[in-house]
Design a protein around this ligand. Sequence first.
Ligand SMILES: NC(=O)c1ccc[n+]([C@@H]2O[C@H](COP(=O)([O-])OP(=O)(O)OC[C@H]3O[C@@H](n4cnc5c(N)ncnc54)[C@H](OP(=O)(O)O)[C@@H]3O)[C@@H](O)[C@H]2O)c1
Length: 139
Amino acid sequence: MNTEIERETSLANQSQDRFPPGGLAIVVGAKGAIGHAFLSLLGNDDDFAEVAGLSRYGEYPLDLDDEATIARAAVRLSAVGAPLRLVLDATGFLHDDDFMPEKTWSSLDPAHLTRSFAANAIGPAMVAPARGETSPHHN
Ligand SMILES: NC(=O)c1ccc[n+]([C@@H]2O[C@H](COP(=O)([O-])OP(=O)(O)OC[C@H]3O[C@@H](n4cnc5c(N)ncnc54)[C@H](OP(=O)(O)O)[C@@H]3O)[C@@H](O)[C@H]2O)c1
C-alpha cells in the first residue's frame, strides 16, 4: 500500500508543471499582504531569473486606474530582457475610509461600485494587453 502511495506521489511530483528557467515573473500589488507573500515566495524560486514587484509607489510604479502607468511599466520591464513567464495580480480594493463593504441592497452606492469595478475588474484586465510589450519574444 505504501509503495502505491509513494509511486503516485512520485508521478505527481514529476508531472508538476515547471516554468522554463531564466524567465521573468511579475507580481502586481507587490506591497499588499498577498502580493508581498508571493513576491517572497517567487524570489526563492529557481525557475525565475528575475522577479519584479509592481505597486503604485515602487520601482515600477503602476496604478490600475491609470492606463499610461501600466504601459510605462510594461515598457520598462521589457528592458529586463528575460521572457515573461508569469503575471500574478494580487491587487484589490474592498473598502477605505469613505466606503465600507455593503451589507444590504440599500447600501449599494454607484460611486463605490464604479470604484470597485475599476480597481477589481477593469484595471487588472488592462494589465493583460501590456503583457505583449513586456515579453520581447512573445513566448
Ligand atoms: N488577505 C486576505 O485574507 C484576503 C481574502 C480574500 C480576498 N482577498 C482579496 O485579495 C486582494 C488582495 O488582498 P490583500 O490582503 O493582499 O490586500 P491589500 O494588502 O490591501 O493589498 C491590496 C493591493 O492592491 C493594490 N492596489 C489597490 N488599488 C490599486 C490600484 N488602483 N492600482 C494599483 N494597485 C492597487 C495595493 O497597492 P499599493 O501597495 O500601491 O497600495 C495593494 O498592494 C483584495 O482584493 C482582497 O479583498 C484577500
